[in-house]
Design a protein around this ligand. Structure first.
Ligand code: G2H
Length: 249
């Protein structure tokens, strides 16, 4: 089954009303043809600005959500609120959330489940550190992180999940994984999905790559058999994001 190429733009904690308007105007003017699925994730404060101004086929994602729908959780936003605001997607388990804000594997799994239960679609991020890669435990780490999520899901939930493999050593460093390095992990993850969940989920689930993707390396990376798209950070704030969004498989 053909997997639709997916390009996400993760603005992280960057942008202003003015700067985000420029990005949205550029995307609208690009008149993307919908052959790739394109989703942008501004900071929470600007979600409704982007929702009100971005044109199809581009969609909007939150960068995080809590696992409760309401209550005394100062500073958090809930899946129910994201849904209520008309935002269809949420990024969960990004390595910056895991390393800087204490999102454990269990917390990420709870967040994924809560988001799916609200009908949101999830970009679920996993990835190893440099130390883990050098120790040769990349697959163990990635499969354990994805395993924690898989444990709380039913088979049908996978239809609303995009898995983002983001090696921590490649994030924001300019050190992109080679096509072969990324392809190897993606292929192993797909095999793991086939043996742990089902062959049909393995065949249908998009596994996207994140970590220093830019307008120059997207064509090469995107040609790998098991790379079904990208999660783009720094370059999503620049005009080259349009070139990445147009990557041809
Ligand atoms: C990885 C990626 C976006 P960047 O975090 O999720 O960021 O492209 O800046 O490495």
């Amino acid at each position: 089954m053909a997997r639709k190429f997916f390009v996400g733009g993760n603005f992280k904690m960057n942008g202003s009303q003015k700067a985000i308007k420029v990005i949205v105007d550029d995307l609208n003017n690009a008149k993307l043809d919908g052959s790739n699925e394109v989703v942008i994730a501004p900071p929470a404060l600007y979600l409704t600005q982007v929702r009100d101004t971005i044109q199809a086929p581009v969609e909007v994602a939150a960068q995080n959500a809590y696992f409760k729908n309401s209550g005394a959780f100062t500073g958090e936003i809930s899946p129910e609120q994201i849904k209520d605001a008309g935002i269809p997607w949420v990024i969960l388990g990004h390595s910056e959330r895991r390393s800087l804000f204490g999102d454990t594997e269990e917390v990420v799994a709870d967040k994924v489940k809560a988001a799916l239960d609200q009908g949101l679609k999830v970009i679920a991020c996993i990835g190893e550190t440099l130390e883990e890669r050098e120790k040769g435990v990349t697959n163990d780490v990635c499969q354990k992180q994805l395993g924690a999520i898989a444990k709380v899901l039913e088979e049908k939930d996978w239809a609303n999940i995009v898995v983002a493999y983001e090696p921590v050593w490649a994030i924001g460093t300019g050190k992109v994984a080679t096509k072969d390095q990324a392809q190897e992990v993606h292929a192993d993850l797909r095999k793991w999905l086939a043996s742990t969940v089902s062959q049909s989920v393995a065949d249908a689930t998009r596994i996207i790559y994140g970590g220093s993707v830019n307008g120059k390396n997207c064509g090469d990376l995107g040609a790998a058999a098991d790379i079904d798209g990208f999660l783009v950070g720094g370059a999503s704030l620049k005009p080259e994001f349009i070139d990445i969004a147009r990557t041809k498989k």
